[in-house]
Design a protein around this ligand. Structure first.
Ligand code: ZN
Length: 876
């Protein structure tokens, strides 16, 4: 599963609107808190969470389902084949959350013999007719109704992200949203739509018959076996998967999708399910998939193991994407036009979900405590694809973002082992540790073992454990077996302990003896974190141009390593490969950092050099010149870093800087770099800049278009406004909202335009839209406009979606209420205690009071409905 995307989308929205004043919108820093991976408070240490005990083994699952859109019910029949796992059994439990259970029977030939059972709303305890041994199998039939919206878990009201089965726009009331049904099983919600053993160490084959109205397409795991037109306006599609997989990977999707077909090795079906208006873009979005399947199949020396590969984009998805075996679900963020794809492609997520088909779907973590065996690999799989397709720098930039994500989580106080037997809820495992830190740990393992051993080890691990659940030791054993090396030390400190090294590195050359000393201290709190064993390469750059590399092994709190050199090294590069997961304070003079920038090709070597160089920009000409040269670095991430350094660049370099910025704005091949350069241009505006910006309005990138419009407006508001008006029909939500931001800033009355965006702004961009709209309503809008705005916001606030979307909807409503209240106060202040109010004001007060009462009644409903404390705070 990939969850971080939601956040990426949110922050993107803010970046592109950052110039524009959108009132009391929470600061972008708060957006980080919205990160679904971010845990606000470390939970107290929980008891040991063992893997689920295997009592009954589920061999095969056959389902027959149909839907009631109006009630949002699923009517299901299940035939489940079981065998006792080892011990004889007379009774056992099946997970089934929030069902009406109508029948539980043992099937014998064509007969069904009801058995006794006890159902507590979350599990069915089945009492069999006799004791069964592990040599027996039996088939159980269960007829049930799943009612995901009426699900009560742990006594609280329906949990929006654990319903398992979702009906989108079920009554068709929203003309802007297609009707869809889709499922989300991970971690333990599949049992909200079919009875199963809902644990990752269970694996079952499956067959699902889905009956829908004929206009809908269906998708499930495995292959479509056949379809039957039932003659009553419905059709039944039968999907089957012949290879075993875990219940959390079972899926269904129903909707009016366009399906674009592709293939792998000319024989396996690869297809893409999108909304019909994106049919022409589906190949551009997903078209690399066959090449990716080939890449991973070769890399792991294990051909893609499943019968087909489908990807579907759905509305209002509760996560980023999900690796359901051979039928991956994506949130709307993945649905982009070819032009939008220039700036931002879902490629990393496509790679992430695909690599799960080996690490997660084929070999599955046996318990959520072992989740990094799924997610660390999926995260590192993104690196591997980028490295293959775009080169190491692109991959390293991505890995660096991951590191930042992990460090943010660590610094917020979450200090936990990667493999965590003491987590609270399974959901707690889906965090920056399991994904980002784990991916980085695998990268280190690869660097320690070397590519050949690492990938041979992975292949061995996959082949040994295919279609089976695994725990972390199985990975270690496979790696040890292939490499011949003991790896307990590595797995103990990285997978089974918390934290990371914090190192200080100091250099000293003793002229008299010709000895170069390298002193390393481990500064992390040794009472909480391990003292690490760290084999690492140190590069010595000699005056004659030679590079001498030594591998040192750090294993104590403080160590000094000595090297005999005839002459003093020019500069030294600690962790030559830049692979350590560590915070490193490498102490060396600015000239050495300049040398590191100039003589390294690795992204991270250059980035750390620029971080140090930045501290010397004001006093060191060489530092400033290096930063300016870095604007034209071949690595876009380094260019971005250099651009960010311009805010502290002394003014004496302005002339040279503006020349470079103009060049980047016009010609750089990376749209993000062009866009960032344009963002910076207003500060240096000369007579060439406005014409340059006018040309940039023709740029193919929407990022560039947004920053250009912003920059033009900053330099010349009248021209900015004029250009904004020309872009009212742009096909990019970001551009449309930038236009709206300018209207708001200028106080231009554009009611129809603001309301028209309701249909055009989708996904997470709606958060920004709600802010812009409510600000406009509060500052400029008439009562009538405010009514329309409230209707839009109230609908969002009542919809079933993630809490922060609700937060922005309610925040907008609060803003309109406040505008009325301020107006009321202003009227009241006009009059002394004894004075009687003029008729006009009396009427207005009455009208406002009606409006306020109406808003209050909406709030009353929402107070009952939305439980999240941040939203409750707004409502009270
Ligand atoms: Zn994942």
């Amino acid at each position: 599963m990939k969850r971080i995307l939601a956040v990426a989308a949110v922050s993107l929205t803010f970046t592109s609107c950052s110039l524009l004043n959108i009132g009391s919108e929470p600061e972008p820093t708060k957006v980080v808190e919205l990160d679904t991976l971010h845990v606000e408070e470390p939970s107290p240490r929980q008891p040991y969470k063992a893997a689920e005990t295997r009592v009954a083994d589920l061999i095969h699952t056959k389902l027959d389902v149909k839907f009631d859109w109006e009630k949002q019910y699923l009517y299901g029949k299940a035939w489940l084949d079981f065998t006792p796992y080892f011990y004889d059994m007379e009774s056992f439990k099946i997970d089934a959350k929030g069902f009406d259970v109508n029948e539980v029977s043992l099937v014998s030939g064509s007969d069904r013999n009801p058995v006794d059972y006890n159902y507590d709303g979350s599990q069915i305890e089945v009492y069999l007719d006799s004791a069964y041994t592990r040599n027996d199998t039996f088939k159980l039939f269960i007829e049930y109704t799943a009612k995901p919206n009426e699900l009560e878990l742990e006594g609280s009201s329906a949990i929006s992200d654990a319903k398992g089965l979702y009906f989108i726009n079920p009554l068709g009331e929203d003309p802007n949203k297609p009707k869809q049904i889709w499922t989300q099983g991970e971690p333990e919600s599949s049992s909200c739509w079919f009875p199963t053993i809902d644990s990752p160490n269970e694996k079952s084959t499956q067959e699902i018959s889905i009956t829908v109205q004929e206009k809908y397409k269906t998708l499930s795991n495995g292959k479509l076996q056949f379809s039957t037109v039932n003659g009553d306006g419905t059709r039944t599609d039968v999907w089957a998967q012949e290879k075993r997989h875990a219940p959390y990977l079972f899926m269904m999707a129903v909707g009016e999708f366009a399906v674009v077909e592709d293939s792998w090795r000319d024989s396996m079906l690869v297809d893409y399910y999108v909304e019909p208006e994106y049919e022409e873009h589906a190949q551009a979005i997903f078209g690399d998939t066959p090449e990716m399947i080939e890449f991973y199949s070769e890399l792991f020396d294990y051909p893609y193991p499943w019968a087909k590969y489908s990807q579907v984009v759905v509305r209002d998805y509760v996560s980023g994407a999900m690796e359901n075996t051979s039928a991956v679900i994506f949130g709307e963020f993945a649905q982009k036009t070819k032009r939008e794809l220039i700036d931002d492609s879902p490629e990393d997520v496509i790679a992430h979900e695909l690599i799960h088909h080996w690490f997660g779907d084929l070999v599955t973590c046996e318990s959520w405590a072992n989740l990094p065996l799924n997610e660390s690999f999926a995260t590192y799989g993104e690196y591997l694809w980028r490295e293959h397709k775009y080169g190491r720098a692109s991959a390293d930039m991505h890995l660096h973002q991951d590191l930042q994500g992990y460090l943010r989580e660590f610094n917020s106080g979450k200090h936990v082992d990667l493999i965590r037997f003491n987590h609270d809820k399974p959901g707690d495992m889906f965090d920056g540790h399991s994904y980002a830190k784990g991916g980085r740990v695998l990268h280190m393992l690869r660097k320690h073992l070397g590519d050949e051993a690492f990938f041979a080890g992975l292949s061995h691990y996959l082949k040994e454990n295919k279609y089976e659940p695994v725990e972390i030791h199985q990975l270690r054993l496979a790696m040890e077996e292939v490499s011949g090396r003991d790896l307990n030390w590595f797995f103990n400190q990285w997978f089974l302990d918390e934290g990371h090294p914090q190192l200080t590195v100091q250099y000293d050359y003793i002229d008299s003896t010709g000895v170069q000393k390298v002193k390393v201290t481990q500064d992390q709190d040794a009472t909480e974190f391990p003292i690490y064993k760290l084999p690492v390469q140190v590069g010595f750059f000699m005056p004659n141009g030679a590079l001498i590399v030594h591998t040192i092994e750090i294993d104590s709190l403080e160590q000094t390593f000595s090297f005999d050199f005839r002459s003093e090294p020019e500069w030294i590069n600690f962790d030559l490969e830049k692979m350590l997961l560590a915070e490193i304070d490498e102490q060396k003079p600015v000239e050495d950092w300049v040398a590191q920038y100039n003589e390294s090709s690795l992204f991270y070597a250059k980035l750390t050099a620029l971080n140090e160089i930045q501290k010397h920009l004001r006093k060191n000409d060489e530092a400033a010149k290096t930063a300016i040269a870095a604007l034209e670095d071949p690595i876009s991430g380094i260019q971005e870093k250099a651009l960010s350094m311009l805010k502290v660049m002394p003014a004496e370099y302005d002339t040279i800087v503006v020349g470079k910025l103009k060049k980047l704005a016009k010609d750089d091949e990376d749209s993000e770099v062009r866009s960032t350069a344009i963002n910076l241009l207003p500060k240096y505006a000369d007579e060439e800049v406005v014409p340059l910006l006018e040309n940039a309005l023709e740029d193919s990138s929407y990022y560039v278009l947004v920053s250009t419009l912003d920059a033009l407006y900053k330099i010349d508001p009248a021209k900015g406004l004029e250009k904004a008006e020309n872009l009212e029909d742009a096909e990019s939500g970001e551009v449309l909202m930038t236009v709206a931001g300018i209207y708001l800033e200028e106080g231009v009355k554009k009611d129809d335009y603001f309301l028209s965006l309701d249909k055009k702004i989708k996904g997470f961009s709606r958060i920004s839209y709600m802010s812009l709209l409510s600000n406009y309503a509060a500052e400029i809008g008439s009562d009538q406009f405010r009514d329309k705005t409230l209707k839009i916001l109230d609908k969002e606030a009542n919809a079933d979606q993630q809490w922060f979307v609700l937060y922005y909807a309610v925040d907008g409503m609060v803003r309109i209420r406040d505008a009325y209240e301020t107006e009321l106060e202003t009227i009241n202040e006009k009059y002394g205690e004894e004075e009687s109010m003029e008729q006009e004001d009396t009427d207005r007060v009455k009208a406002i009071e009606t409006k306020l009462a109406d808003i209050e009644s909406k709030f009353e409903v929402l107070r009952e409905k939305i439980e999240h404390p941040r939203v409750q705070m707004l409502l009270n």
